[in-house]
Design a protein around this ligand. Structure first.
Ligand code: KG4
Ligand code: ZN
Length: 339
């Protein structure tokens, strides 16, 4: 069977991305990370929508060009339907619908989280082996923290999710409290490399519970800063690296403890990491160690497939294409779409 050329669009948050795949093989993945939000210390939804509007045509054109394709080569177009910011999602949804109508190709809607979960199946030149089904996906992003039992491309069971903040949110909010930039995750990651992970003891909430919680950790971190600053106005500046290392260490500890809890009930030997926080160097190293100790195969995504990208939307769409699951033009963006 000849593999289809799929054009994929991702615009759920602050990255405008387009990818082109031939079957599971990635031909191009173009990403424009919006910088307009940096000075506000977080994503401003209306600014994100406007930036997507001006980015979408150049980003899609660049992806098609890099793939050596024209619009008439494309056999299906796919987009992120949700979850995400409504205005941002609308740009990708409308573009994909327009492309489908203008070029007479089927439309495929993809859940953003399914994209993160199925990202290990993206084939590249430097190929790797994807996990066999079923596998466990540890999905850690700015909006979600979940452990999912992935049965097949279309069937999955959520074993754990956060009852409050997501892991990425914990990184970002604590970094903001330290006066660091946005997004805070990569900055904490960099500082943590030179700090002592055991310098400060932070809260590890919901031990022994199936679900995650990060707000207690965030609160204990804020109290630590407040108390430290009372004694020493230079507390944060003096302890920046140790604070970052202790925070990162605790987040990793929480993630791995929960993974252990669910692996005990679901004896699965394959674990894939996904989502923006999957870029964290400490988490990647700790998960590999955890895999060795527990006789697991760990699948780490390439760094460019950790944060939001259209390649992951394209691979999720490829599975739907094979099953003949298409959307019609009445489809709408869905900001709170469940997995
Ligand atoms: O998946 P993603 O791009 O967007 C969402 O769907 O949320 O994830 C963004 C999150 C942010 O919270 C960001 O701080 C975090 O991923 N992140 C990191 C790292 N790189 C990105 N967190 C920790 N360490 C990193 N190196
Ligand atoms: Zn994401």
């Amino acid at each position: 069977m000849k593999e289809p050329i799929i054009l994929a669009i991702e615009s759920s948050c602050d990255d405008t991305s387009a990818a082109v795949l031939r079957g599971p093989l990635l031909l191009a993945n173009v990403l424009n990370t919006q910088t307009v939000h940096v000075k506000y210390g977080g994503v401003v939804p209306e600014l994100a929508s406007r930036a997507h509007l001006s980015n979408i045509v150049p980003v899609v054109s660049a992806a098609l060009e890099e793939a050596g394709c024209t619009p008439s080569d494309v056999q299906a177009v796919t987009f992120t339907r949700g979850p995400g910011l409504l205005g941002a999602l609308l740009v990708g949804t409308s573009f994909a619908k327009g492309f489908s109508l203008a070029n007479g190709v089927p439309l495929i809607e993809v859940n953003h989280l399914a994209g993160h979960i199925l990202a290990p199946f993206i084939q590249t030149e430097a190929n790797h082996t994807p996990p066999p089904f079923p596998y466990l996906s540890l999905l850690v992003s700015g909006g979600h923290t979940q452990i999912i039992r992935v049965e097949s491309p279309s069937e999955r069971k959520i074993l754990a999710e956060t009852i409050d903040d997501a892991a990425g949110e914990a990184f970002d909010k604590c970094a903001k409290a330290m006066g660091l930039g946005y997004p805070g995750g990569p900055i904490i990651d960099r500082l943590a490399k030179e700090g002592n992970p055991r310098a400060f003891k932070l809260a590890h909430p919901l031990k022994g519970d199936p679900n995650f919680s990060f707000s207690g950790l965030k609160t204990s971190f804020l109290y630590l800063l407040r108390d430290g600053l009372q004694k020493d106005p230079e507390f944060i500046a003096r302890n920046q690296r140790d604070l970052a290392a202790s925070l990162q260490h605790t987040i990793i500890e929480i993630l791995l403890a929960k993974l252990k809890f669910h692996l005990a009930k679901n004896p699965i030997k394959h674990v894939a990491l996904g989502g923006g926080v999957a870029a964290n160097s400490g988490l990647r190293a700790a998960l590999l160690r955890f895999g060795k100790e527990n006789n697991l195969t760990i699948y780490l995504p390439a760094l460019r497939f950790t944060t939001d990208n259209a390649a992951m939307i394209g691979i999720a769409a490829y599975f739907k294409y094979q099953e003949g699951i298409f959307a019609d033009l009445s489809i709408t963006a869905s900001p709170r779409l469940a997995l």
